[in-house]
Design a protein around this ligand. Structure first.
Ligand code: FAD
Ligand code: FES
Length: 255
């Protein structure tokens, strides 16, 4: 149930190095149907018709305040313009889009595994599925890139690693995960991050079901242009509609 909204930015603040948290109002019907893992497609303010919307995951929703929060990196032209958008200015947002994580009632032990800005959509599961047992494995490049650690700690046993060893365990989060899997096993792993991270992830998770949220370049975001197609189970699937979340065993580019 997607909606095109013109919303007033509530706040847009830096939460870690080059990482920003955008807060926007979220109507009741969007909150009602929102599923963790879904994303917003955001029109870049002042960029005119030349620039496509940018896909950004919904980091969390606040059911009481009726807000959606989006955590993002200022990665290129569009997100750098977004970074400079002030509270009170208007944003063109299409949301919620995509399928989201499939969290079944039997999935009691959930491990969240994120790489960098890929940690963003994982936080949204806490609001919807507060009654589960969580562990989180969050990997960052360095200490200054770590964000929302205390938010994750409210609900999960949190492991953090940094590539340069400046915070948490020195090394890749997939190595921390490998060690944890030697003594315990979750019902499901929900993961988001870049492609090399996913490839390392599927090597260590063996028979644990893993749902991955794919970051594919997008055009329309609503199923009409096929820019976002990736091969899943040997068939072309549109990441914006049939994804972004897929069963890792079926995503051909990971194997
Ligand atoms: C489903 C989904 C959820 C995402 N969630 C987040 C998030 O929560 N936080 C966050 O920081 N980033 C997220 N991304 C990545 C984000 O969309 C890109 O960083 C952003 O579009 C870059 O735009 P730009 O104009 O700043 O960069 P430019 O490099 O100038 O972008 C040029 C074009 O490439 C596309 N593009 C560039 N990088 C990516 C990428 N990694 N994935 C998809 N399209 C890309 C842009 O949309 C644009 O059309 C997500 C991507 C997808 C597909
Ligand atoms: S972005 Fe157009 S079909 Fe997915």
């Amino acid at each position: 149930m997607k909606k095109q909204l013109n919303v007033e930015i509530l706040s847009n603040e830096e939460i870690a190095e080059n990482t920003y948290l955008l807060k926007i109002p979220c109507p009741e019907d969007v909150l009602k149907f929102f599923r963790p893992g879904q994303f917003a497609h955001i029109g870049i303010p002042g960029a005119g018709e030349l620039l496509l919307r940018r896909p950004l995951s919904i980091n969390s929703v606040d059911y009481e305040k009726k807000e959606a929060h989006i955590a993002y990196h200022a990665a290129g032209k569009g997100t750098t313009i977004l970074r400079d958008a002030k509270a009170g200015s208007t944003l063109d947002v299409l949301m919620p889009l995509g399928n989201g994580f499939a969290v079944k009632p039997a999935m009691r032990k959930i491990w969240l595994v994120g790489g960098g800005i890929g940690c963003a959509p994982l936080k949204s599961v806490f609001g919807k599925y507060a009654d589960r047992e969580y562990k989180a494995f969050l990997g960052f490049q360095c200490k200054s890139a770590v964000y929302q650690e205390s938010d994750f700690k409210k609900y999960a046993d949190v492991n953090i690693s940094t590539d340069d060893g400046s915070y948490g365990t020195h090394g890749f989060i997939t190595d921390v995960l490998r060690e944890a899997l030697e003594t315990a096993q979750p019902d499901v792993i929900l993961a988001c991050g870049p492609l090399p991270f996913f490839r390392a992830l599927v090597k260590v998770t063996r028979d644990v079901p893993v749902q991955v949220s794919m970051e594919q370049h997008m055009g329309c975001g609503t199923g009409g242009c096929a820019v976002c197609v990736c091969s899943v189970g040997g068939e072309n699937r549109r990441v914006c509609v049939e994804g972004p979340v897929f069963d890792s065993r079926e995503v051909d580019v990971l194997w």
